[in-house]
Design a protein around this ligand. Sequence first.
Ligand code: UDP
Length: 310
Amino acid sequence: MHILIAGGAGFIGANLCRALLKRGDEVTVIDSLYTGKRANLDDLPLRFVEGDICDRDLLQRQFSPDRLHFDGVMNLACPASPPAYQAKPIETLLTGSLGTVNTLEIARVHKARYLLTSTSEIYGEPAVHPQTEEYRGNVNPVGPRSMYDEAKRFSEAVVTAYATTYGLSTAIVRIFNTYGPFMQPDDGRVITNFLNQALVGAPLTIYGDGSQTRSFCYVDDLIAGLLAMFDSHENGPINLGNPQEVTIRELVSAVKSISGKDCTVTYHPLPGDDPTRRCPDITKAKTLLNWQPHTDLHTGLQAVWEWFQR
Ligand code: UDP
């Protein structure tokens, strides 16, 4: 199959490109390189277009069905780290809205299956725990995360509208915190911060008191889930994440253990609207896709620690 990956030069995209090429698919990537890096794909035999999915003219020029044919469009294009999307709030909202519509249009004219990578952030500060897909979320529409959360909520709505209006084959996955090779060392997220701080002997920066929780999924597991969803006829939304929930303080202990360093910690103010708890209910993924993660946090952290060292 020939797959277009929007946002293919980012962390998850770089891993997804490798998995698709490995199984024999043909890959074209479009990426604005705002958070993605061309170097993430340097060694790969794929077609790369540098550009913004909000640029409809560019998309029509590059991806006209007269010139090539896509069997699938996977939309991963969006900054996903809070500092990255907060630095470009309007662009993030446009990427989720206009950019999603533009990529849906590509899928429509190519009659391609469309996969949207949505996010656990659409649950906001969750009042239901663990989060099931039926839970409708608790998002602050004007808060410091709203540009990302609301953009993704709109994305889900417009993907649904394309499915009902045009009969497009669509899939929505809600990705929970993910980590692994090809994360940018300066992306500002907790695992990259902690591992890089441990690497250079700097104190680990805990925001708040470290009692907030996250559930971290190793990227190889996540990619298997994305492919299972894409290959299925499911529409979703389906949660993809690892239900092994840890506090940020427990993450500090894990980083100390795998790095073998007795890191000190410093405490910093908790950012606004930082969710208190987050953990996926993955019953749907297990039942409908026969998918579940296999990599525990210690094993995955060890792999990323070695990758960052290299
Ligand atoms: N966090 C932290 N120290 C850091 C970076 C993040 O304690 O150096 C916390 C952050 O406040 C949040 C959690 O770790 O509670 C996960 O943050 P991240 O930015 O990785 O992802 P989020 O799930 O918040 O989008």
